[in-house]
Ligand binder design. Structure first.
Ligand code: 6MM
Ligand code: ZN
Length: 371
């Protein structure tokens, strides 16, 4: 089971620093969770992730069920053993992927029929099946099986869908999970505040150890995402962790922290790294740029990651242009270190009582072109 304490709160906004404890170690929040969809954070080893300071990574029910299969992962003793990761794992429930990746066949009260995006084979997910898969994976934090409605959606559809998502959440809760696992409810309701309130209240009545804000970062405009994320975060119990799914850029995360959100995940740092797009304390940097060919500078002079301590921009540009796999690895180390250091610095600023100044200073730096 998971415990959570709030260690410090900001006086001027809803930001807070907290500590989550599970059987796989401590997670200091605000936290950024690297995405390891099919049992690997792309291009990195677990030791490299430990060195960067990652304390929790994401796995995915949909992907691991399709390949290699949750039975195979269970055969190896669960996902921690299979991928030799000794810290925390949060698994998404498959809800989002079934609706966004799979060839969706039918949604009924019982569950969802879909065809695999890999080989077209037919599958069926229900709340119980999602829980059974996550139990076999042995993740520390399990997400309820939900429907992430697309954006935009008719309000009448969103209203009906959130009711079913609550019924599904109840079925997830009634399923007995492995003793060390904790189940989070996922708030839906689209971009409608009244529906968000209904969804949040229904899930709070079911009493989960933590809550996620779903249905966002699905293509809606950023100001709208902020408005709904901030409103929804404030509906959720202060003494439980709040997780904003699929978010986001460094700016989104700093704003999300000011809304009182504790947990974030996004493919951006890893995906952008593989496309030579790097985050720095002086704005974004495309390492492909021709003018960097002879630059002996590190990616970021304020960064102490392995990549910045050992390699020049010129060398990293060369590796990328040559299609070397090492380019993706070194870029990923830097981008993930940037994200994890950002939330660590945010946590320290909250504890020291100067989060607002920290956030405003970072937002200015992040949007400079000065590279
Ligand atoms: C599919 C992939 C890799 O996941 C990223 C990224 O593409 C992409 C695709 O388009 C953008 C928006 C740019 O980001 O959306 C993903 C990030 N947004 C997001 N992840 C979510 C996961 C979720 N899981 C559950 N169970 N329920 C949810 O409501 C939910 C909502 C979510 N919103
Ligand atoms: Zn670096």
């Amino acid at each position: 089971m998971l415990s959570f304490v709030v260690d410090a709160k900001d006086k001027n906004c809803s930001a807070r620093a907290g500590t989550i404890k599970t059987t796989h170690g401590i997670i200091e929040t605000p936290i950024f969770m690297p995405v390891g969809t099919v049992g690997s954070v792309k291009t990195l080893t677990p030791d490299e992730l430990y060195e960067i300071g990652a304390t929790i990574i994401l796995g995915n029910t949909y992907h691991l069920h399709l390949r290699p299969g949750d039975d195979i992962v269970a055969h190896f003793g669960g996902l921690h053993r299979f991928m030799n990761w000794k810290r925390n794992i949060l698994t998404d429930s498959g809800g989002f992927q079934v609706f966004s990746l799979a060839d969706l066949n039918k949604i009924t009260e019982d569950g969802v029929e879909f065809k695999s995006h890999i080989d077209g084979s037919k599958h069926f997910f229900s709340p119980e099946i999602s829980m059974e898969i996550q139990k076999k994976l042995g993740s520390d934090i399990v997400m309820a099986f939900d429907e992430c409605v697309p954006y935009p959606s008719e309000k009448s559809y969103v209203a009906k869908s959130l009711e079913r998502t609550t019924r599904w959440a109840k079925r997830c809760k009634e399923y007995s999970l492995d003793y060390h696992q904790s189940l989070f409810g996922i708030v839906q309701g689209g971009v409608f505040k009244d529906l968000r309130k209904i969804s949040a209240d229904q899930l709070i009545d079911l009493d989960f150890p933590g809550y996620a804000i779903g249905g966002l970062s699905v293509g809606e405009e950023i100001p709208l995402m902020y408005e709904i994320a901030e409103y929804t975060a404030q509906l959720l119990p202060e003494e439980k962790p709040r997780y904003l799914m699929g978010v986001g850029t460094p700016e989104d995360i700093l704003n999300g922290i000011s809304f009182g959100i504790d947990m974030f995940d996004c493919v951006m740092p890893t995906r952008n790294a593989r496309n030579a797009l790097l985050f720095t304390s002086e704005g974004r940097l495309s390492i492909k740029r021709a003018d960097l060919a002879k630059s002996d500078d590190p990616i970021d002079k304020n960064c102490d990651c392995y990549t910045c301590r050992n390699f020049s921009r010129g060398y990293l540009r060369h590796l990328y242009k040559a299609g070397e796999i090492l380019a993706m690895r070194l870029n990923t180390i830097h981008n993930l270190h940037f994200y994890i250091s950002l939330v660590k610095s945010a946590r320290n600023a909250i504890i020291n009582g100067n989060f607002e100044a920290f956030k405003n200073d970072m937002l200015l730096k992040l949007n400079q072109g000065g590279n």
